[in-house]
Design a protein around this ligand. Structure first.
Ligand SMILES: Cc1cc2nc3c(=O)[nH]c(=O)nc-3n(C[C@H](O)[C@H](O)[C@H](O)COP(=O)(O)O)c2cc1C
Length: 344
């Protein structure tokens, strides 16, 4: 499918599409963001796109201390995606605040800071440091990566247990409420590797999450076809890329269906998983996402988060849709689908 130019959009009589969206108090001029961990702290994408024009830059998950991550090899290719077992590599919160965040502020980026920890206290401390920066900072939201091991419970990831997820969100939202930014949106980033996603999401909102991101990677494994040994040093890894897009669409659908049924609070849902084009992003939006993250696609095309926004605009313009908001969740509404000009 070729991407229509602005001339072809105008030829069809749609001058522009309003792509703006919001996550609570966080206003985004465009609905695409980077996905955590796929572009370090974000500044490395600056040669390829205008960071200030993106909806937001989502940082690699930040921890209290510097960490070097897991042993190598920690990336493996797989059909329509990849596996990673990077672990939570990073410079720690002090270096992040001293070096990485100022670079993003200087570039005019809106920033979602992803945080991770081994216990609720670490999450709370990190959230307090970030929210404590005050309203002048470039931070528009905190994303809570609950797909990391709970040191107090045999390394079981928080996201797989509603009670543990709630405890993390309580620590984060408590720290945010006590800060200079009490209304800073708090996104809980969900794992698809659960039996009852809505139960975990509900526990997160009960804990104080004001938004949800779906999804993190799904656990996979590759056996080296030559050595017949696990290809990743960590044996298992997180699967990402187009292979998981149907899982992401399903998760966004389940969350927003639960919201429509009154089972889950009506907080914003951000979609992530296998988005490589505007048409991919539109699937997540139609399923109910108000914004979309682009991760693995960035490795092949560092401009992907910006390109996906342009392609999404063209997809909507071709259908005669003037506002992104008009198609958020449209897949839930029988009789409201679009056909006009849709690419097949
Ligand atoms: C190499 C790599 C590193 C990642 N690191 C993080 C991370 O630090 N924190 C996090 O919440 N998600 C992390 N993710 C998950 C992505 O943010 C995203 O949720 C997932 O990859 C699905 O999106 P995608 O298919 O567009 O990549 C990572 C993904 C990859 C591929």
């Amino acid at each position: 499918m070729s991407t229509p130019t602005s001339a072809t959009i105008e030829d069809q009589g749609v001058a522009s599409v309003d792509l703006s969206t919001s996550i609570g108090s966080f206003r985004l001029p465009a609905p695409t963001m980077t996905a955590s961990g796929c572009a370090a702290a974000g500044a490395e994408l600056a040669p390829y796109l205008d960071l200030a024009a993106l909806g937001a830059v989502v940082t690699k998950s930040v921890l209290r201390e510097a960490r070097s991550g897991r042993a190598t090899p920690r990336m493996a290719e797989t059909p329509s995606g990849m596996l990673n077992s990077i672990g939570l590599q990073g410079p720690g919160i002090d270096a992040f605040l001293a070096h990485d965040l100022p670079v993003l502020a200087e570039a005019g980026a809106r920033v979602v800071v992803s945080i991770a920890g081994g216990d609720p206290e670490e999450f709370g401390e990190l959230a307090g440091r970030i929210a404590g920066l005050g309203p002048g900072s470039p931070v528009g939201a905190v994303e809570v990566n609950i797909s990391c091991p709970n040191v107090a419970n045999r390394g079981l990831v928080f996201a797989c247990d509603p009670g543990a997820s709630r405890a993390v969100l309580e620590a984060v939202s408590g720290a945010v409420r006590a800060s200079a930014r009490p209304d800073l949106p708090v996104l809980a980033k969900l794992s698809p590797d659960v039996t009852d996603l809505v139960a975990v999401a509900l526990a997160c909102t009960e804990g104080g999450a004001t938004g949800l991101t779906a999804i993190n990677t799904t656990l996979g494994m590759v056996v080296d076809p030559v050595t017949l040994r696990p290809q990743l040093a960590g044996v298992t890894g997180g699967t990402s890329g187009p292979a998981i897009r149907p899982i992401a669409v399903r998760c966004v659908w389940q969350l927003t269906a639960a919201q429509r049924a009154g089972v889950l609070p009506d907080v914003p849902v951000v979609g992530a998983g296998g988005v490589a084009s505007g048409a991919d992003a539109l699937q997540l939006v139609a399923a109910g996402a108000c914004a979309v993250q682009v991760g693995t696609a960035t490795f092949a095309d560092p401009s992907a988060p910006a390109r996906v926004a342009r392609e999404l605009e063209a997809e909507l313009a071709r259908r005669g849709v003037a506002r992104l908001a008009d198609v958020v969740g449209i897949a839930h509404e029988p009789g409201r689908g679009t056909t006009r000009g849709a690419a097949r």
